[in-house]
Design a protein around this ligand. Structure first.
Ligand code: CU
Length: 194
């Protein structure tokens, strides 16, 4: 199977950095107001790492344990039988859990794939179960991990929202978490003409 390969890796990396920075920025700095020097230092450090990326107004989906941001499906021409979904998954609390699959009534089949380049040709294969570790982002992005979405049963044109369930190992059970994916031309979303 062939696919077009696009390199958003750099900008996605910046986004991850920004997400990381925003998490750190949540802790209040109580000493800043009473100490002018501290204000200056904290302002400088707050601006520097975040500046390449506009502030993400995006609300995380998921539950108390898993946070999912940037969930989107790449828009495809009418009649396309193969689409791809992307998102960033973070562990909010608790230890390592395994992402074992995904499913959706909107598609005939959903699986987790990983793209790679071999002899200059972009290929992909099933990724198997993936560990989700605390303090680590599991990033599904063009050219890397993706949800392989086969045989759409619903309208998958731009602007549509599709429910996809992420399946996590939970002892002998599977815990399923519903995530809403937006169909977009490219990552970035609102205001991005693509
Ligand atoms: Cu694939």
């Amino acid at each position: 199977m062939k696919q077009t390969f696009d390199r958003n890796t750099f900008s996605r990396g910046l986004l991850m950095m920004a997400l990381g920075a925003s998490l750190v920025a949540c802790s209040p700095n109580e000493s800043a107001e009473s100490n002018p020097a501290a204000v200056e230092a904290s302002t400088a450090s707050a601006i520097e790492p975040a500046s390449p990326v506009p502030p993400a107004a995006e609300v995380a989906q998921g539950n108390d344990e898993f946070a999912v941001t940037g969930a989107w499906v790449r828009a495809a021409p009418p009649g396309a039988m193969m689409l791809a979904g992307y998102f960033t998954l973070n562990k909010r609390q608790g230890g390592t859990r395994r992402l074992v699959g995904a499913r959706s009534d909107a598609f005939g089949d959903v699986s987790i794939h990983r793209s790679f380049v071999e002899d200059g040709v972009s290929k992909m294969r099933p990724a198997g179960a993936l560990d989700v570790n605390p303090d680590e982002s599991l990033v599904f992005e063009p050219g890397g991990l993706h949800l392989m979405l086969m045989s759409p049963k619903v309208d998958v044109s731009k602007g549509q929202r599709l429910p996809i369930w992420l399946c996590f190992e939970d002892g002998d059970d599977i815990e399923e978490i519903e995530i809403e994916f937006e169909v977009r031309a490219e990552a970035g979303g609102e205001g991005n003409a693509g």
